[in-house]
Design a protein around this ligand. Structure first.
Ligand code: J9T
Length: 239
């Protein structure tokens, strides 16, 4: 999997060399390329923004640098196997299933907006050429798309076959099919008693059936408490 990041702050992505994603890069599972959008400007000030047509506060990212960057980084041919991601508050909520789908992609290009956003024609052009995803991490605004691109990268790359040492652990995580799309149950390890707080006895019983039942009940309880929206989904099995 090749991952490209287009940003006016490409140094944000240096951190990928440190994290587990860096390990995947070393193992050849993923190839990471960060690019400075200003490299595709031609004026002395390396300008990437301009005032919004129709008025309004703030500045909008000009389409020209994006188009020239696309030409060089992706090419001028249409290819639906290339996934172009625009993180934005106005995007579709990013989910574990979206991460799973993207984990089989061979090519993902992250377009990190700044200022008030990117000229919409950039997204329209990208849609005419590649597979575009406008995604949101939640109902809040960031200063730019870079942090969201990092979060999406981590969610996707950890699902790439061969990345996780023990792929079985993925099946028991929150939102995974193995959990029926429910939130993960509480986890405990030794010591059995810590500051007056004990590991639930059932987990020390060695009775696998009871342990499985307790974990399921905890997942259902937590999901009903914190994410009632998930309890109606078909995959949850809870209604
Ligand atoms: C500039 O991007 C954002 O502010 C952003 C991106 C993805 N998810 C969000 N909730 C915000």
């Amino acid at each position: 999997m090749r991952l490209d990041y287009l940003s006016i702050f490409p140094a944000y992505f240096d951190v990928l060399d440190i994290s587990l994603v860096g390990k995947a890069a070393i193992n050849g599972l993923v190839e990471i390329h960060a690019h400075d959008l200003r490299d595709w400007t031609h004026d002395r000030h390396r300008t990437v923004d301009d005032t919004p047509c129709g008025g309004g506060a703030g500045m909008v990212m000009k389409p020209d640098p994006w188009g020239e960057a696309f030409d060089e980084i992706i090419g001028t041919e249409s290819d639906p196997s290339v996934h172009v991601i625009f993180p934005a508050p106005s995007g579709t909520p990013f989910t574990q299933s979206a991460a799973a789908e993207l984990s089989s992609a061979q090519r993902i290009v992250f377009c990190c907006g700044r200022y008030e956003g990117i000229d919409h024609r950039v997204i329209d052009y990208a849609r005419s050429m590649w597979t575009v995803h406008e995604v949101s991490l939640g109902d809040y605004v960031l200063n730019g798309g870079e942090v969201a691109a990092l979060a999406i990268t981590e969610a996707v790359v950890r699902l790439v076959p061969g990345f996780m040492g023990n792929p079985e652990s993925l099946a028991e995580e929150s939102f995974s099919a193995g959990q029926d799309g429910l939130l993960e149950y509480p986890l405990f390890t030794r010591p059995v008693s810590w500051r007056g707080l004990d590991v639930p006895e059932v987990l020390m019983s060695g009775h696998h059936g009871r342990i499985a039942s307790w974990r399921r009940d905890e997942s259902v309880r937590l999901t009903r408490e914190r994410r009632p929206d998930l309890t109606d989904s078909d995959s949850s099995g809870i209604h």
